[in-house]
Design a protein. Structure first.
Ligand code: F6P
Length: 373
């Protein structure tokens, strides 16, 4: 049955940026939905690398996706297509003779190869970076539908992104476990979680895990205030330990983020290390032994929760529906009870950050959880 308003024959799907649980569910649903319309669907490997560096793929960087091929993948973590968070064709990293790197724009090659593969449209599954690239490719004439993915939950216009619930669930389980060891040793345990410049992951997992303090980028912290809070909360004999959840993008009052690696040509800056700094300072200021746990990429691994799996399936089906209904340059977005189509321009204009009146911020204050304000 071909119900399409547009005479598509072959569409493409790619997954870009850091992986997130639920990517394979999107692919599964998109493949099934495309076949319902009688369209072929092809997967571009490793973000856009399959188009940008075809020489690296002896069997081709673009593969045909059939229903049998994706039959048993919806519950799996990772992405069967591979991904890359260094593959921006508008800023391709090129080594220089002196060992440094520069950036060049190779987006025309991507557009040309897309056409050579006779692809009519792209379903781009990604976070803020990949959807910005998708938006720029759309401006160059590619028909594009975006699908919002990220464990950071920092995309505007959608109630949530898939991957976030799996990361929050895992972080909460880790914090639950840390209560036992923290209590046994009467220590301060500092748990650093990902999230880039947004505190969603730290906030939601910190509340669910009953943390004593949560440090997020949106509320710069005063370490002396957190230390005083911990001293007060651990002053009675029946509660002598504390749990502090720190977002990797958290910053002290008047200070900046902690970097593992500064930005360089074609590579974004890498955050990380603030947990260790906070633990050191808290040990000195509270006199309590402190340890740090960095959850890092464990937050991106594992199977999607049923919520993320279902969201991925719904988004994948909606992306194909958007194409069939004639949409272009939009992102599918969860706006219960609907999945809406939001212009990529609007969805990528700014990051969604935790606002001071977020219900989680209110709840944390009610539960005597400090932000170090
Ligand atoms: O955007 C997802 C994310 O996991 C961030 O939370 C984190 O800062 C970043 O990706 C880590 O990226 P990489 O895989 O390059 O270490």
């Amino acid at each position: 049955m071909n119900t399409s308003l547009h005479p598509f024959k072959r569409i493409a799907i790619n997954t870009g940026g850091g992986d997130a649980p639920g990517l394979n569910a999107v692919i599964h649903a998109a493949v099934h939905a495309a076949h319902t319309h009688g369209w072929e669907i092809h997967g571009i490997l490793d973000g856009l690398d399959g188009l940008l560096h075809p020489e690296n793929y002896p069997d081709g960087g673009v593969i045909k996706l059939t229903r049998p091929f994706v039959r048993n993948i919806a519950h799996l973590g990772g992405t069967i297509l591979g991904t890359s968070n260094h593959g921006n064709p508008f800023k391709t990293r090129v080594p220089q003779p002196d060992g440094s790197f520069t950036e060049i724009d190779r987006s025309d090659e991507v557009v040309r190869r897309f056409r050579e593969h006779r692809l009519d449209a792209l379903i781009a599954v990604g976070g803020d970076g990949s959807l910005n690239i998708a938006h720029d490719l759309n401006k160059k004439g590619l028909r594009v539908i975006g699908v919002p993915k990220t464990i950071d939950n920092d995309l505007e216009c959608t109630m949530t992104t898939f991957g976030f619930d799996s990361a929050v669930s895992f972080a909460t389980e880790c914090i639950d476990r840390l209560h036992f060891t923290a209590e046994s040793h009467r220590r301060v345990m500092v748990v650093e979680v990902m999230g880039r410049y947004a505190g969603w992951l730290a906030l939601r997992a910190g509340i669910a895990g009953r943390a004593d303090a949560i440090l997020i980028p949106e509320i710069p912290y005063d370490i002396a205030k957190i230390a005083a809070h911990i001293k007060r909360k651990t002053s009675s004999r029946d509660r002598q330990y504390a749990i502090v959840v720190v977002a990797e993008g958290a910053k002290p009052l008047g200070g900046g983020v902690t970097l593992k690696e500064a930005a360089s040509a074609g590579h974004a800056e890498r955050l990380g290390g603030v947990g260790e700094i906070v633990a050191d300072r808290l040990q000195k200021l509270t006199g309590k032994e402190s340890r740090t746990v960095v959850l890092g990429h464990l937050l991106r691994g594992g199977q999607p929760t049923s919520l993320d799996r279902s969201l991925g399936l719904n988004f994948g089906a909606a992306a194909v529906r958007a194409l069939a209904e004639g949409h272009d340059g939009v992102m599918v977005a969860l706006n219960p009870p609907r999945i809406d189509y939001v212009p990529l321009r609007v969805a990528t204009a700014k990051l969604k950050l935790v606002s001071p009146d977020d219900y989680g911020v209110m709840t944390a204050r009610t539960l005597d959880i400090s932000f170090g304000e």
